[in-house]
Structures are given as structure tokens and as C-alpha cells.
Design a protein around this ligand. Structure first.
Ligand code: SAH
Ligand code: SF4
Length: 350
């Protein structure tokens, strides 16, 4: 029986070297293949034009580049946001969103199929956990859009790990994917251009701080008291706010980097002046910034986005504590480009 083909995007450079050596190829071929994959974003081995035909055949017989298929594509009405639902070979679905604004081309990518964290307001949390994505599946989302943007001489400028899944729950593959995408002889995106968003997995944040990485971190806080956060984010029971904030301070101390806190404003829930004050007290004097995002309504949660007045009042209260914040508008709201929502519509619930 024939061996299963390898996913070439799973291979770090040293492993690609070994793979090609096993195929009887010299070192410079690995450099060429690497260049085609990560600088030219080819989708087929046949496009690797400086390789001899027999090597292309060997590669085709033993490896694949992209194994996902496009199950659905949607464009926002202003044409600036595009969302793709990919189907993976085992039938799982993941989604990736491209947002164009100003000169930026930001990708929102997935790190897991589903999510185990169960945040009540989140479409991905509502569907449950299926599995971790491989390095190849994370990287392929980026290369797919890099290839598409290259047709119009555009580039991926930023990546946010805010698609499906909890990146730090798939720590090794997420960080290996970041290493791949920031490799200077490959895709070469600046580490500071990739943001990891986490629901607040305390041990993983500590590990991340200890590794002194350049990639910025965003913490999905969404509530400033345990009473409120417990209702929204089940893992708050395991790592309550005081412990999370200790860990955030540890991160800032270790790395000297500013933290971002994410806050989805839910009408009558976490948009009260009391919550704004509690948040002001938590973050006062801290090297941080808050992103305020009116909730994107989801099928299995009755919460609604806060009104503009409530958003403004919340932001003004935070400013009294010297805490800076930005109100973010969810891009692509008309194509349900919020977390997990496209899969829901195309595939339906479980
Ligand atoms: N699991 C990670 C990253 C993926 S979610 C995390 O939770 O941080 C990316 C961001 O979208 C998080 O801040 C998350 O809280 C937020 N989010 C999820 N569902 C949302 C919704 N319905 N409306 C607004 N923000 C939402
Ligand atoms: Fe998972 Fe993040 Fe959604 Fe929570 S908000 S369920 S951690 S993807």
C-alpha cells in the first residue's frame, strides 16, 4: 500500500531538507522549494518552474501543498471583507477572513476546528471542540490569501489569531506556525504584525511570557468581576480574574510589552458604569490598551450589542482611570465575519 502523502507545509526547513535528501535531492533544491512555497505562494508543485520534471513528479507522488478545499466564499457589501470557509480532508470546517482597510491587509485566522472554551456569546464556543489544527492547516490559510493578494500586487500585512479556536490551547502548533510565517528566508512577516488572542489560559500565558516572544498578545477579558465573567466565560472558574491579572502583570514585566484587552460590549450585561469602574480599577496604571467591540449577535445567545451611547459612556468612564481604549467596529458584519459564524450558516449546528 502506498504511504500517505506528507503535508509539506508541516515541515520546518530542517525537515524539508531531510525530506528532499530522502528523495535524493541536493540542498539547494530545498531552498528553491522553500522559496516557491513561502515567497511565491504556489499552490501546485507543477508551478515550481526551476525544478526538473522528475523532481516535480516525485514531489507530487509524495506530498501535497494545500489539502483544504473552499466550501464557501462571501464578500461584505462594501467589498472590503472576504470570508472563506475551508473544508479539511477529514470533513472539518474552518474559516479565515481577509479585511482590507487603508493600506492594511489583515487576516483573521483559525487555530482549531471548534473551541473547547464554551464562551456563551461566541459562535465557535457554541459548536464545541473538534480538533487542533496542524501547523500546515494554520499556515495554509495565510498562504491561500497571500497567493490571492499577490494577483493584485498586494500583501498580507497583519494577522490576528481571532478566528475559530483558542490559540494557546493549541500552543505548539500555533507558535510553530508563527515561527514559519516570520521566517526571514520565507514568508518574512514581522513578529509584531501577528496578534495572538487568548481567552486567558494562565499557564500558557506564563509560558508565552517566559519565551520572550515579540508577537503581541490580546486577552479576551469581557468582564471585570468574577460574578460577571463566570457567566460569560466558563474557564474563569478555573482561572479567576485576580489570577489572570497577576499573570498579565507577569507578562508585562517579563516582556516590557503592552497588553491589549478585548471587551465585547453586551447591552445591559458588561456595559454598565459599574463594570467600567471595575475595569478602570483593574487596569489603572497598567501598560495596556482596551478594544471595545459591540457584541456580534449569535444564534444561541440572546445578548445584544450595546447602543452607541452606552459604548461612549463606557469609554469615557475608562478614560477617568487613565485607561486608553478604542471602539472597534466589527468588519464584515453583513457576512457574519464574527467568530465561527460562517460555518454555522453553511454547515448548520451539530
Ligand atoms: N479564542 C481566542 C481567539 C478567538 S476569538 C479568544 O477568545 O480570545 C477572537 C475574539 O472574538 C475574542 O476576543 C472573542 O472574545 C471575540 N468574540 C467571540 N464571539 C464574539 C461575538 N459574538 N461578538 C464579539 N466578539 C466576539
Ligand atoms: Fe473559544 Fe475564543 Fe470563542 Fe471563547 S471566544 S469560545 S475562547 S474562540
Amino acid at each position: 500500500m502506498k504511504n500517505e502523502k506528507i503535508h509539506i507545509l508541516n515541515l520546518e526547513y530542517s525537515k524539508l531538507l531531510r525530506f528532499l535528501a530522502e528523495l535524493g535531492e541536493p540542498k539547494f533544491r530545498a531552498q528553491q522549494v522553500w522559496n516557491w512555497l513561502y515567497s511565491k505562494y504556489v499552490t501546485e508543485f507543477a508551478e515550481m518552474r526551476n525544478l526538473p520534471k522528475n523532481l516535480i513528479e516525485k514531489l507530487e507522488a509524495n506530498a501535497v501543498i494545500h489539502s483544504a478545499t473552499t466550501a464557501s466564499e462571501q464578500h461584505s457589501s462594501d467589498g472590503r471583507t472576504k470570508k472563506v470557509l475551508f473544508q479539511l480532508p477529514d470533513g472539518q470546517y474552518i474559516e479565515t477572513v481577509l479585511m482590507r482597510y487603508d493600506k492594511r491587509r489583515t487576516l483573521c485566522i483559525s487555530t482549531q476546528a471548534g473551541c473547547a472554551m464554551g464562551c456563551v456569546f461566541c459562535a465557535t464556543g457554541q459548536m464545541g471542540f473538534f480538533r487542533n489544527l496542524t501547523v500546515s492547516e494554520i499556515v495554509a490559510q495565510v498562504l491561500y490569501f497571500a497567493h490571492e493578494l499577490a494577483q493584485t500586487e498586494e500583501h498580507v500585512t497583519n494577522i490576528v489569531m481571532m478566528g475559530m479556536g483558542e490559540p494557546l490551547h493549541n500552543y505548539n502548533n500555533t507558535l510553530a506556525a508563527i515561527d514559519r510565517l516570520t521566517d526571514e528566508s520565507g514568508f518574512n512577516l514581522g513578529a509584531r504584525k501577528i496578534t495572538i488572542s487568548t481567552v486567558g489560559l494562565v499557564p500558557a500565558i506564563r509560558r508565552y511570557a517566559d519565551e520572550q516572544r515579540q508577537t503581541p498578545l490580546a486577552i479576551s477579558l469581557h468582564a471585570a468581576t468574577d460574578e460577571e465573567r463566570d457567566k460569560l466565560i466558563p474557564i474563569n472558574n478555573r482561572w479567576p480574574i485576580a489570577e489572570l491579572m497577576d499573570t498579565c502583570r507577569y507578562y508585562i514585566e517579563k516582556t516590557g510589552r503592552r497588553l491589549t484587552f478585548e471587551w465585547a460590549l453586551i447591552s445591559g450585561e458588561n456595559d454598565t458604569i459599574e463594570q467600567a469602574r471595575a475595569l478602570g480599577n483593574l487596569l489603572h496604571g497598567m501598560l495596556c490598551h482596551v478594544n471595545l467591540i459591540p457584541l456580534n449577535p449569535t444564534a444561541d445567545y440572546s445578548g445584544l450589542p450595546s447602543s452607541k451611547e452606552r459604548v461612549d459612556a463606557f469609554q469615557a468612564e475608562l478614560a477617568h482611570y487613565g485607561v486608553s481604549s478604542t471602539v472597534r467596529v466589527r468588519r464584515g458584519i453583513d457576512i457574519q465575519a464574527g467568530c465561527g459564524q460562517l460555518r454555522d450558516r453553511v454547515v448548520g449546528g451539530r
